[in-house]
Design a protein around this ligand. Structure first.
Ligand code: P6P
Length: 330
């Protein structure tokens, strides 16, 4: 029977320590990276809960590297993650959606900093002002000390990820994680400040007649996507779209269906970023039994050439992704 908090009160911390104990040579560095992400996400969750009260709403009238208007909480979330990760011994490089260049914490090639962490600190932050779901997405790579520039260690394909996850700041705060052995889900109990394990083996439903895309873009998409949507509508599919990737992917993981962001005239390579949106979500979805493609290519096999590069996304239930691929690969 699936583990639930009612059967076995396990916190994220306990889960991480029990995983670490399974590796006799573990140094604890991986546990420290995830505990930093957990700490930062609790800090961000607390600020989101008070967003309407503490005047952290509204823009800073500044732009990030994406040319997107920075919300105050974007900056606060980015700072929290950088400070939490930067104070951990195991992190060599940090790459954030909010910063042009990766942050190198150590150019020492001795090998005592085994990890690279990439993240979108506050995905969908424009939904903050309307109290919509927003999230943090993270990806963990092993530091590759062979790269000539230390920063380039961040440019590894998704198949090289050793961990990935997201935090959804919604009616509850949900931490969804994979370390390569299935997907675990935790929910924050704000009364005790712990993420409690509620499912230790999350599986995506094989099918569900639901697609999630910004249909306003259909006129700008390749005809194959319009043909898919016409087919799906004819099959009685429903459509759900929040406009925050974390919220749309979490619903897809829980209920099944397919989330897609095709290439558009405005974003010819797609809008979503490979390194800290598509890849971590692809690892989670595949680990839960789903599929994740960028056009006809498996997302995690794309060799990155830039830390902020964008890719198309088709991810979700295996049968639902196959329906889309039937049209896209024609
Ligand atoms: P659109 C949010 O800005 C984001 O990066 C993702 O979280 C979300 O899936 C997508 O962009 C929404 O884009 O064009 O539908 O508003």
């Amino acid at each position: 029977e699936k583990l639930t908090a009612g059967h076995n009160l396990t916190s994220l911390q306990t889960f991480l320590l029990s995983e670490e104990a399974k590796h006799p040579h573990a140094t604890g560095a991986y546990t420290m990276v995830l505990s930093a992400l957990s700490l930062a996400s609790k800090f961000i969750a607390a600020r989101c809960r008070r967003a309407g009260l503490e005047d952290v709403l509204g823009s800073m009238n500044s732009e990030n590297v994406q040319g997107e208007n920075q919300q105050k909480l974007d900056v606060i979330a980015n700072e929290a993650l950088i400070r939490a990760l930067g104070s951990r011994p195991g992190v060599a490089v940090i790459a954030s959606e909010e910063d042009e260049e990766p942050i190198v914490l150590s150019r020492d090639t001795s090998g005592d900093r085994p990890y690279v962490v990439l993240f979108d600190p506050l995905d969908g932050s424009s939904n903050l002002d309307v109290c919509g779901g927003i999230g943090t997405i993270f990806s963990i790579l092993q530091h590759d000390r062979r790269t000539s520039r230390v920063e380039d260690s961040a440019l590894q394909p998704g198949v090289r990820q050793v961990g990935a996850g997201y935090v959804l700041y919604g009616p509850s705060t949900v931490f969804v994680l994979t370390t390569g052995k299935g997907v675990q889900m935790f929910v924050l109990d704000p009364a005790i400040g712990s993420f409690l394990l509620v499912n230790d083996d999350v599986r995506i439903p094989e099918s569900n007649k639901m697609y999630s895309m910004n249909s306003a873009n259909l006129g700008e998409c390749d005809e194959a996507y319009r043909d898919y949507v016409d087919w799906a509508n004819g099959e009685g599919y429903s459509m759900r779209y929040v406009g925050t990737m974390v919220a749309d992917v979490h619903r897809t993981l829980m209920k099944g269906g397919v989330f897609l962001y095709p290439p558009t005239k405005k974003s010819p390579k797609g809008k979503l970023r490979l390194m800290y949106e598509a890849n971590p979500m692809a690892m989670l979805i595949e680990q839960a039994g789903g599929k994740a493609y960028s056009g006809t290519q498996r997302t995690m096999e794309i060799q990155p050439d830039a830390v902020h590069q964008r890719v198309p996304v088709i991810l979700g239930s295996p049968n639902e992704v196959d329906h889309v691929l039937r049209f896209v690969s024609k």
